[in-house]
Design a protein around this ligand. Structure first.
Ligand SMILES: [Ca+2]
Ligand SMILES: [Ca+2]
Ligand SMILES: [Ca+2]
Ligand SMILES: [Ca+2]
Length: 476
């Protein structure tokens, strides 16, 4: 993450400059707005005013997490999938990743009931200070008990029938068996600067014929992720998603199937398309039929701040437009720094009854993409006037292209905010209409083209999509 932060220095600086020059005026306007609206709409005294204004806490969470899932099953001296019985043989897994990514894997120690090798501490950071963390990483690998099957030599997986026999473990938590596995396996990480591929090697050092502590390694799974504990949480029960099948039977297919499952539109249900941070954003409320800040299928409105927020993560212009020109309630995020995976942008917005929610934040590792609710807005009040709460605003959150700058590959564009020489740098878009992002070609992790015809951005949407955001609304 350090390199990411450093590269975002310019973006952050621009944001802070925007804040210092405009902040005072904007605070005043927000405070005055509800009173003005009240004077126009009602001559009733104070109790009416208290009824019609509700303060909402709005949270836009960066849900980027699972970024790739890769099965390994054929070792260095084999042509068919299978376990590694012999010392000196290894599984080799090649994958792409960018700074901020963590590595997890699981491979069974087949000469056990339900033990597996996996990284310590919820996943290994693949980069340190922006550089690939390569070399012998065996000291960061532990032997774990999956909490599935009781230890009993008669039912270990390497004996006949052992893979399907055994009593339930009397401790169902995933827990450490050994923290030093350096005499059993060797795990090595390499990196090729030219191809940007990592190579992970998991080698059996002992083999099944060792006189003491023999080792057989099973096929398993590599998962690249951005948040901790992608496969399990230490001292908690297994999640029931397929890790136990690796730990007991050496079979990664169930867990791989869970990570790579697709929704009704054929897009991923859980894999995030991309690693990105979110820029500080804007939330606002409106009572018109359609969002007054932008219209899908039309060019951006000059002065609306769409270009500044979508290209440079600068929320000042949009905030000014909504408060000064549209005279609507708006709030900037309480955070002034970009938000990484697992983090949230939080907002406090005071809203008259009957208003709908709009919001906007940049998908930072792009040239001009932003996350927003669709143009009809999210109803903050039920028909009876009750304030709404929950995650409902996630469903119609989509990823949009502002149509202001030509797209470069996600995470690798020299004109994208973290990498560009200054704000508003980059060639004009060849399509100036605001539109949904219908395809992301994943060069960060090499997953290829991810297609979501509707630009679905919410995590675990049943249609499938990019899995990068979740939005919650809570009345105060
Ligand atoms: Ca056990
Ligand atoms: Ca067994
Ligand atoms: Ca564009
Ligand atoms: Ca740019």
């Amino acid at each position: 993450m350090k390199k990411v932060k450093n590269k975002l220095g310019f973006l952050t600086l621009a944001l802070l400059l925007g804040l210092t020059s405009c902040d005072d005026d904007q605070q005043t306007l927000v405070a005055e707005l509800p009173q003005e609206a009240q004077q126009e709409e009602s001559v009733e005294p104070n109790e009416e005013m208290e009824k019609v204004n509700t303060t909402f806490n709005i949270t836009i969470m960066n849900t980027v997490n699972y970024l790739n899932s890769i099965v390994f099953n054929t070792h260095s001296a084999a042509t068919e999938p299978g376990p590694i019985p012999d010392a000196g043989c290894f599984y080799e897994i090649n994958f792409k990743a960018v700074p901020g990514t963590k590595l997890s894997f699981a491979t069974m120690q087949v000469i056990s009931n339900d033990w597996f090798y996996a990284p310590a501490d919820g996943g290994l950071s693949l980069f340190e200070e922006g550089s690939p963390a390569t070399g012998d990483i065996t000291d960061k690998i532990y032997l774990w008990d999956s909490g599935t099957e009781e230890e009993d030599p008669a039912t270990i997986t390497s004996v006949a029938g052992g893979a399907t026999a055994g009593a339930p473990d009397d401790d169902n938590t995933v827990r450490i068996v050994e923290t030093d596995v350096t005499d059993a396996i060797k795990v090595y990480l390499g990196y090729d600067d030219t191809t940007r591929y990592f190579t992970l090697k998991i080698e059996n050092l002992r083999g099944v014929n060792a006189e003491t502590n023999p080792v057989m390694l099973s096929p398993g799974l590599v998962v690249l992720h951005a948040q901790d504990n992608a496969l399990f949480t230490k001292d908690e029960a297994d999640r029931g998603l397929g890790l136990a099948k690796i730990a007991v039977q050496g079979n990664p297919s169930d867990l791989h199937g869970w990570f790579t499952e697709t929704g009704s539109d054929g897009a991923p249900l859980r894999l995030s398309s991309s690693f990105t941070v979110f820029a500080p954003g804007v939330v606002y409320a409106f009572d018109s039929e359609s969002d007054p800040v932008f219209m899908q299928g039309e060019p951006m409105v000059t002065g609306s701040g769409i270009e500044e927020i979508a290209e440079d993560g600068n929320n000042g212009a949009m905030f000014d437009y909504i408060t000064n020109d549209l005279m609507l309630p708006a709030a900037k995020s309480n955070e002034v720094m970009p938000i990484g995976p697992g983090g949230s942008l939080t907002f406090t917005l005071e809203v008259p009854e009957g208003y709908k929610l709009g919001y906007n934040t940049m998908f930072v590792f792009s040239n001009d993409w932003f996350l927003a609710h669709n143009n009809s807005g999210f109803d903050l009040f039920a028909d009876d006037g009750t304030p709404v709460s929950g995650y409902g605003a996630t469903e119609k959150t989509y990823l949009y292209d502002a149509g202001t700058e030509i797209d470069q590959p996600v995470g690798f564009g020299p004109d994208q905010a973290p990498f560009q020489s200054g704000p508003n740098t980059g060639a004009a878009d060849d399509n100036n209409l605001i539109r949904r992002v219908m395809e992301i070609n994943d060069l960060q992790f090499g997953k290829g083209s991810i297609n979501s015809a509707t630009g679905v951005a919410g995590y675990a949407d049943p249609r499938g999509g990019y899995n990068i955001v979740r939005v919650s609304v809570e009345p105060n």
